[in-house]
Design a protein around this ligand. Sequence first.
Ligand code: ADP
Ligand code: MG
Ligand code: MG
Length: 349
Amino acid sequence: MKTKLCLLYGGKSAEHQVSLQTAKAVIQALDLDKYEIHPVFITTEGKWIKGPQLSEPVQSIKELEFQDEKGKAPNDLSEFTLSKDGSYDVVFPLLHGPNGEDGTVQGLLELLNLPYVGNGVLASAAGMDKVVMKNIFAQAGLPQVKYVWSTRSEWKADQEEALSQVENEIGYPCFVKPANLGSSVGISKCTNRNELEAAFEEAFQFDRRIIIEEGVIAREIEIGVLGNDYAECSVAGEIVPKKDFYDYKAKYEDQDTALIIPAEISSEEYANLKAMAIKAYKAIDCSGLVRADFFVTRDGRALINEVNTMPGFTPYSMFPLLWKHTGVEYPELIEQLVKLALDRHQEKQ
Ligand code: ADP
Ligand code: MG
Ligand code: MG
């Protein structure tokens, strides 16, 4: 019997296009003798559109962008939610950012009692919120940069107070980020008060809560983690952005950001990062997968920057490449994730 796999992709976030590319790559990698593929496309307006079962791999992402039916309300999930009775064995949410990677979709799948790939509600939500994530990491004893946070209401009430808190506790350079986002959207580096003020305004465009961090000069090293209660680490990789920092454009548009795999670090450094990656994984109770991102400063300090609970997943993204260098090819990686999803579901019953 084939496994009925529902692919959920697209979505309202800035990573809509990336998600489509990933969906195409995943479909091409799946063995159609083993899997029945049921695509569900989420439009940029947030409509869920069920496509026909795929009997052959798609050649272009156009084939995955199903057309809107007239008269449907935005966020209409009925087509999807009504099809729970045995229609799918497992769901693979290939969604990044808010409304996809943040626990909301995971909550829906929990309510439908459907097994799904990747992190559960708690890990997804905690991993998406940089303030909550850092607070939990601090509690777990993981070293990180200094940070403070602020809400839009506090900012409106007393801008001077908010700015001087940063200057007193963090200083320059600092990074200002929306609490709940990814892909570097809304992030600014600041070296003076004018920039800081503009950065607050910018970040509050995207979220009602922001985080301000000490800026460090550091190498950016990443490790892939795979598993449920027992998790394993990939080799480490390094990102070398050609620009000042790894911003949205560098992530998705420039071709010249170098990914160096395996990263040139000592075996002691690698062992330390691996231990930190597993600690972070356990701290927010991850399952399936996570990409743990670190800063390694010039004086050799390793700091955790963040975890991404649904990391970029095209065959050219860091996470799949890390596993390829560890000996797990893309199709095998997908198989393992599906198995981990089914195992976790079983364990919960
Ligand atoms: P996202 O979740 O959007 O990827 P990150 O926190 O990883 O957000 O920040 C994006 C990029 O900005 C990082 O990859 C790094 O290049 C730079 N950056 C973020 N925070 C800092 C910091 N505290 N010090 C130095 N560089 C930073
Ligand atoms: Mg992130
Ligand atoms: Mg990041």
